[in-house]
Design a protein around this ligand. Sequence first.
Ligand code: HSE
Length: 317
Amino acid sequence: MVINQMKKIKIFAPATIANFIVGFDSLGASIEAIDGSYLGEFLTISSDEKFKLEITGKYAHQLPQNPDDNIITKCVENFHRQLANKKITPQNFSLILEKNLPVCSGLGSSASSIVAAIFALNIYYDKVFSDEELLVLAGQMEYIINGSIHYDNVAPCLLGGLQLITSSAKNKALPWFEDWFIIIYYPGIETSTKMAREILPKNIPLRDAVEYWQNFALFIDALHSDDQKLAKSLFNDELIEPHRAKLIPNFDLACKTSLEHGAIAFGISGSGPTCFAIADSIENANKIQSSLELNMPSNEHAFTKICKINKKGARVI
Ligand code: HSE
């Protein structure tokens, strides 16, 4: 089969918070800034005579200059390998990535690029793959880039909302407390996910593992039973956070000031260095944001934003 039409499609793929404090490698949320700014990557795909990739956007300089080394190119190659199984002839096109998320930030920057690419390609090829197949493709790309398969960024980025996801890509969209806010705090430095995984213990005592999964199970139940009080009592991570907090400038101070200003919880977004606080009112969210800004490292790249969990995921713009 040959698909041969002139097309131009623009995709948006949102930033995400993986782990969500209580669900290491198993929970992830798609977020949007309440000020209307786009927190995520744009990708435009247009029919062309040969393959071209252009990178624009605030963080374009952080990516490899050679297109062959870029995640997007690797996604295209992998996508085309999968198309061959379906007897579809690959097309040529030009791609423009607008890189709006800082790399290695803990905001799912690479996942957002991966999802933008495979979601755009799938639409370009008339939805040849289902959402489930796209998720598996996205997981493969995470493996190629980070050396481990974890779906807790790509799943919420692709599907939106708060997602429960297993290592075999089985997922469930979870309910969330619509009136809660997420305040993100990016300290302006890079942390490699690969390194932040390598510093974690390879084995954990059974007692600690039991405690973690009991807490996680109860959290999922609190969401389903709309029990805010119970959920608030469960934001606790003694398994991962103590190891990674050391990599984050001002972690303890940011945590303390957020809690003092009414945060329900404070934790690390994905593998960091971005952290996030949760608030149950816009008044507290504003207070937490101001307090975080007062205590931020003096780093021109650092920023904070008040967000909400967004149900939409990747979409055509
Ligand atoms: N769950 C992964 C980790 C997410 O924490 O290593 C990385 O963004």
